[in-house]
Design a protein around this ligand. Structure first.
Ligand SMILES: [Zn+2]
Length: 193
């Protein structure tokens, strides 16, 4: 494993479209496996095997997730989602959520090693996520919700200028552009007549 895994994932929307959403933070991707309130199709985890798959996909790690580890992952996921929602609304993170995140952030993660690498475990990977969540939520001014009224997806704006407006330019950004174009054409049409 070298460096932090890339962020972003495919989401399924109500209209049956798959689209790429880069939340800007590994911890937010983790939370977007089903930690946020949303339609049932947002739930990607239906059992420990799904979490094992997530670790495999993101960290190239083969770790066993038992019932307790599954509950821990879900609890951390929920806390990160709630904290991200709060931050995106300019609200402080609730104490309970901060406590869950901080507890994992304080645990041993996967330290870089010169010799034999540390074997990943579910707990160590949750600690990696906890630390990433602290890093992301430690920049609350960069935690924002998509500007589309009917969207509200939350992301960490990692753009240099801090000017990210949409969950996805290809999705909400485009819809906005099309609406603006239609409105302008309608206005021009009214002027002409
Ligand atoms: Zn959006």
């Amino acid at each position: 494993m070298t460096g932090a895994p890339a962020t972003g994932q495919w989401l399924d929307s109500r209209d049956g479209q798959r689209w790429w959403f880069d939340s800007g933070a590994l911890a937010f991707d983790f939370a977007y496996t089903g930690g946020f309130d949303g339609p049932p199709e947002w739930e990607h985890w239906h059992g420990p095997k799904d979490v094992e798959r997530w670790w495999r996909e993101r960290f190239d790690a083969e770790v066993a997730v038992d019932g307790a580890a599954y509950r821990s992952a879900r609890e951390l996921r929920r806390a990160i989602a709630r904290a991200a929602m709060a931050a995106s609304q300019g609200l402080p993170v609730a104490e309970d959520d901060a406590a869950v995140i901080d507890r994992w952030a304080a645990m041993p993660d996967l330290p870089p090693q010169l010799g034999t690498p540390v074997a990943p475990t579910s707990d160590r990977l949750l600690a990696v996520i906890g630390r990433d969540a602290v890093a992301a939520l430690g920049r609350p001014e960069r935690v924002r919700a998509c500007s589309a009224d009917d969207c509200g997806l939350v992301y960490l704006d990692t753009s240099r200028a801090g000017s990210r407006t949409w969950c996805s330019m290809r999705r909400c950004g485009n819809r906005h552009k099309i609406r603006r174009l239609r409105a302008r054409r309608a206005a021009e049409h009214t002027k002409e007549n």
